[in-house]
Design a protein around this ligand. Sequence first.
Ligand SMILES: *Cc1c(COP(=O)(O)O)cnc(C)c1O
Length: 239
Amino acid sequence: MTPDHDLAQRLADVRARLARAARRSGRLPDAVRLIAVSKTYPADHVRLAAAAGQLDFGENRVQEGLQKAETLRDLPLRWHLIGHLQSNKARKAATSFHAVHSVDRLELLETLDRAAAEAGCTPDLLVQVDLAGEATKHGLALEGLRQVLAAGARCRAARLVGLMLLPPFLEDPEQVRPYFRHLRELRDQAVAEGVVASEMVRELSMGMSHDFEVAVEEGATMVRVGTAIFGQRPRPVAG
Ligand SMILES: *Cc1c(COP(=O)(O)O)cnc(C)c1O
């Protein structure tokens, strides 16, 4: 089998599993967007996935994402920034990515919105929530979340669309389920209490290669899947 056949096959498998999980949660497969996480994989792998119909891609570094986007600018791709974003790269991120999933502080939300307004673009923003309180992960603890959600309503150009979760890595996906469920409940609670309009938290970005089906069962609307599509990563990456 050729490498591109393998990739197309893995992509088709992930899509089929995603569709089954969506139906188990009483939703249509279209209700969940698959983001193929291409970090560390070369642009030609992205091109192969695009040829198989995949248009949303995730990168965790601004520079690497920009390079691939530039190489592949002949394709109608949507690039999602899913990794930690430093303030000094916020401007580039706001103007080059379709969505930023890693908004983990108020100041970053404001910087992204200002940059977007100045450049005349309208990136989607997702607020990264920290439910585990792990020191090594970025993300807003619950106390800070209300403040950022409220600020999302004041954005002029960027659009707050949802929440993102990067739970602790646990071998058994069932052990991650409570985190996924917690994010959904938190979202529902924020809406019920009038902290944020439901429209601004309609997306839940959660679930990776080893646990995306459980995430979909718990209400994910975006899953970020890398290795299950592209194969084992050529080099390890820091969060
Ligand atoms: C790398 C990464 C993923 C994808 O991980 P896989 O296990 O390869 O599916 C998802 N989300 C974030 C934030 C990542 O950094």
